[in-house]
Design a protein around this ligand. Structure first.
Ligand code: FMN
Length: 139
C-alpha cells in the first residue's frame, strides 16, 4: 500500500493506540493490541469466510458482499461484529478445527457477539475519509 491508502491505514492504527493509551514508541503495547485479533477481541464467536483458492477478483467481491450483508444482519439483530483480514494469516490451525475444504483459502474472519459496552476497546472510533476523497461526481 502507498499514498492515501497507507496514510489512512496508519491513522486508523494510531487512533486505536491512542484510545487504548498506547504510545507509538511502546512496541509491546502495540503488539498486545495486534494480538487481540487472535483472541477475536474477546468475542464468543467467529465465522471464517473461505473460497476455492483458484477463484479470483469477482468471486472475492462476492465474498465481500456476503461479509457486508452478514454484518448488517448482525447489527440489525443487536449484535456487534468485526471483520478481520488478519485471521487469514494462519490458515492451517483453523483448518484443523473448522470444516473448511482443503482447497479453499480463508479470506477473512468475522468475530461477533453481544457488545460489551463497558469494554474500553469498544470506544475506539475510526476516522472516515471525506466523500470527495473517495468518489468523484460529474453532471
Ligand atoms: C475485509 C476487512 C478486514 C479487516 N481486517 C481487520 C483486522 O484484521 N483487524 C482489525 O483490527 N480491523 C480490521 N478491519 C477493520 C474493522 O473490521 C473495522 O472496520 C474497524 O475496527 C473500524 O470499525 P468501524 O468500521 O465500525 O469504524 C477490517 C475491515 C474489513 C472490511
Amino acid at each position: 500500500m502507498e499514498g492515501p491508502y497507507i496514510d489512512r491505514r496508519r491513522a486508523c492504527g494510531f487512533g486505536y493506540y491512542e484510545t487504548m493509551g498506547v504510545t507509538r514508541e511502546d512496541k509491546e503495547g502495540r503488539l498486545g493490541i495486534a494480538r487481540k485479533n487472535f483472541e477475536f477481541f474477546d468475542a464468543p464467536h467467529v465465522a471464517f469466510f473461505s473460497m476455492p483458492s483458484n477463484f479470483v477478483f469477482p468471486q472475492a467481491v462476492d465474498m465481500g458482499i456476503l461479509l457486508g450483508s452478514m454484518m448488517l444482519v448482525m447489527v440489525e439483530k443487536g449484535l456487534g461484529c468485526i471483520a478481520q483480514g488478519s485471521l487469514a494469516g494462519y490458515q492451517e490451525p483453523v483448518k484443523e478445527i473448522a470444516y473448511i475444504p482443503e482447497d479453499n483459502e480463508i479470506l477473512f474472519g468475522l468475530s461477533f457477539g453481544f457488545i460489551d459496552h463497558d469494554a474500553h476497546i469498544n470506544t475506539v472510533r475510526m476516522p472516515r475519509a471525506d466523500l470527495d476523497d473517495i468518489a468523484s461526481f460529474t453532471s
